[in-house]
Design a protein around this ligand. Sequence first.
Ligand code: NAP
Ligand code: MG
Length: 400
Amino acid sequence: MSEIQMKTPLVEMDGDEMTRILWQMIKDELILPYVDLKTEYYDLGLKYRNETDDKVTVDAANATLKYGVAVKCATITPNAARVKEYDLKEMWKSPNGTIRAILDGTVFRAPILVKGINPVVSCWKKPITLARHAYGDVYKNTEMKIDGPGVAELVFTAENGTVTREVIHKFTGPGVLQGMHNTVDSITNFAKACFEYALSTGQDLWFATKDTISKKYDHTFKDIFQDLYDNEYRAKFEAAGIKYFYTLIDDAVARVVKEEGGFIWACKNYDGDVMSDMVSSAFGSLSMMTSVLVSPKGVYEYEAAHGTIQRHYYRYLEGEEPKSNPVATIFAWSGALKKRGELDDISELTAFGEKLEKAVIDTIESGTMTADLARIATGENVKVVNTREFFDAIKSHLSD
Ligand code: NAP
Ligand code: MG
């Protein structure tokens, strides 16, 4: 088989620990034999981030803006222990946070479904993709503890000096108080990313808030989504045969567990935090969860939803054969290759990404899987393999 040619390079962001090992194995075993891979490589491993004062992370994000598609390995977000372990100059910020700030995106997370690993919710047949707004609300709040009686007010001073005030509550005793905000820009970018993602994946889009109770705050989210839909996306959605559906958040929760899946569920920041953990664990496992950051400018960054699998890495350093599940990281690569194929009009590349994903699913459905999946598998002929044996099985399915 001749290697598939690429036009534009992928922005490749290498990472840390066990996933860095998996990363190289995926390239060597599953991609380089089939694709004449073009990448612009950025080493986001903690050692090199530290050497470059984290400039490499910024460069990688800017390269993503330039080329349009990136694939990212999991990376360590340093804490005090990591500062010591890696002798860091500083406790560098989360690379994902830095990249998100530059790309201005929304994170979409979808489970990879295979027969024999059954969702807890028995009617779920297709993936449910969670789209979480990642700015503001309770995550950027200001809070107070109130010791005793008094009046709490919301005060806004406009740039021209005009003051608007509303009484929040007249306290007759101790209590608590919280102020939070969001911006029209951020909500609009979130809405755009959701509409664009629904179009690019051909799935319905759901959005829910509590606008009946929060008549200004949540209602603004609802209105921004609705206006954008009516003015920019309705015709495109109709042409693509997909729907935009708005409901109240409690109604959405009740409906989600009665549907078969296959849609995108856009959530406000807090709802997305809570619901993505519910959806991912009800579908099975973090090692089967894909994640893509979509910017309103049409830029994509693919990754796995899990971290660097630190505990497995320390065992690997002691000489243990890799046993981790590479599926989500493989799907980060296949997702990026498919998108590159689509943007550059290289149908062989898109087809290869699809074939690779199918080979992975076929491998697991035929019973060959890593230990984390075997624990929750319902099939009869389950064969537990290490990562290398898992790659061999995928390769034999790839050449079917
Ligand atoms: P983690 O890497 O997601 O792993 C937590 C546990 O989940 C593992 O110990 C393992 O359980 C299981 N697991 C996760 N992925 C697996 C896979 N592919 N195959 C098999 N088992 C898997 O989270 P963490 O250990 O809390 O974090 C480690 C580092 O990752 C941290 O430094 C954190 O900053 C970073 N992190 C990065 C990202 C990112 O770059 N997107 C996201 C989250 C965390 P068992 O040990 O029980 O087998
Ligand atoms: Mg959470």
